[in-house]
Design a protein around this ligand. Structure first.
Ligand SMILES: [Fe+2]
Length: 179
């Protein structure tokens, strides 16, 4: 992942979701004071998109690390055991995660989630930033499948980006999220 790709993605695209969410929150505040009328359906939908965008990107940056330093390799300990138990093997998990990300309709995310009730790990295929989420699951690991994540480095080749992202995955952070 190049510096240019990372900077534009963080400073322009991620920032736009934060700006967008704050603008809607300000509109809600004005509406609550009776100053403006709102299309509540549209605003709440847009708020989900923008807050989702901020939260997902925050998870994303934290589960990345420089290749060869904290990034790359394979998980260890409890996380490695859980992946083997629930997916059969690490290779199988990686393959399924990539398939989930590459096949997102339009823009979205691949995510590894943990069910707090059963302890099971499950993949999520999130459309946009918040569609098809499993409510109340812990999100352990995400990979951005929006073109904004890879267009400078890989043009429109989402599969190539998903093939390369494993070199910068921060397994220590993801293990911490599992607890
Ligand atoms: Fe993104």
């Amino acid at each position: 992942m190049s510096e240019e790709q990372l900077k534009i993605h963080h400073d322009k695209h991620h920032a736009a979701y934060v700006t967008g969410a704050n603008a809607i929150l300000e509109k809600l505040d004005k509406a609550h004071k009776g100053e403006i009328e709102l299309d509540l359906k549209a605003e709440i939908k847009a708020l989900s998109f923008n807050i989702g965008g901020h939260v997902m990107h925050s998870l994303f940056w934290e589960n990345l690390a420089p290749a060869g330093k904290s990034g790359g390799g394979e998980p260890t300990g409890k996380l490695a055991d859980k992946i083997k138990e629930d997916f059969g093997s690490f290779d199988r998990f990686r393959d399924e995660f990539n398939k989930a990300g590459i096949s997102v309709e339009g823009s979205g995310w691949a995510a590894l989630a943990h069910c707090k009730l059963t302890g099971r790990l499950l993949l999520m295929q999130i459309e946009k930033h918040s569609v098809n989420l499993y409510p109340n699951f812990d999100i352990l690991m995400v990979a951005d499948a929006f073109e904004q994540a890879y267009y400078i480095d890989y043009k429109n080749d989402r599969a190539k980006f998903f093939g390369a992202i494993w070199e910068v995955i921060n397994w220590k952070k993801i293990s911490e999220r599992l607890g």
